[in-house]
Write a new protein. Structure first.
Length: 142
């Protein structure tokens, strides 16, 4: 289960270093084989390859009416591997698609990660807080 936030930087080549606390788990779970794809919320999704492959099969089976969504998820998917230093390359096409600059946030979301441009994530979170909790959370408390 991946959780937590990590503030990271993309280097000049567009590489991101996976935090050590997640690197070991990804090495064990998928031998550092990862898939990145675009999400319509304006972030990237990072999946261990076996997890992505299960999602990919479901997405590929979507009906023709969902072809635009298939393009978003499958058409933007990119298989990458962690290098010996625990870095992954985020392709320029993916970085541009979500306006990703140097400062990024990696968020553990259970079975996968979201990668956000740090400023964009801050804006989205501020909007979410300002609009209040959705009805689906009305019975939730700690």
């Amino acid at each position: 289960m991946f959780q937590g936030a990590s503030s990271l930087n993309l280097d000049a080549k567009g590489r991101m270093t996976v935090p050590s606390r997640h690197r070991d788990a990804l090495s064990l779970q998928c031998e550092g084989r990862i898939t990145l794809t675009r999400h319509p919320d304006g972030c990237l999704l990072l999946f261990p390859r076996p997890t992505w492959e299960a999602h990919r099969e479901k997405i590929a089976a979507w009906p023709i009416q969902a072809r635009d969504w298939k393009r978003i998820f499958l058409g933007n998917a990119s298989d990458v591997e962690m290098d010996g230093a625990g870095r992954i390359l985020v392709a320029p096409e993916l970085r541009n698609a979500v306006s990703m600059q140097r400062d990024v946030m990696l968020l553990g979301m259970g079975t996968h990660f979201e990668i956000w441009d740090a400023a964009r994530l801050a804006e989205n979170e501020a909007k979410a807080i300002a609009s209040g909790a959705p009805e689906a959370l009305s019975n939730f408390s700690f």
